[in-house]
Design a protein around this ligand. Sequence first.
Ligand code: ZN
Length: 118
Amino acid sequence: MARRRNIAARSDVSPPQGPVRTCIGCRKQASKRELLRVTAGSDATTGLPVVRPDPDGTAPGRGAHLHPTSECYDLAVRRKAFARALRVGAGPSSAPVGDYVAAARTTDQTDRNWSTRS
Ligand SMILES: [Zn+2]
């Protein structure tokens, strides 16, 4: 009992697997695969800064991550987190991300209906 080996490098709390990112909405850390990557770009027609969803995580440039939920999206919008995280000066339009989140939720429900049907 007197001598305890100090193996403090490893904590008992099991870390999430894979890379971890912070959600720009709720500011919680989560596994990268749970989060939706978004990137900054400019709208093809207006040239204004716009935030786009990048579900594959392949788009070049600076990205930010958030949970693909309307809650975290709303939080990110309210905190102007997109502009801050993506380092775009003027408030970018994040409508494409909002659409994606809304669509993802609908798709999820559709999937569930499909699996019960078969
Ligand atoms: Zn979140």
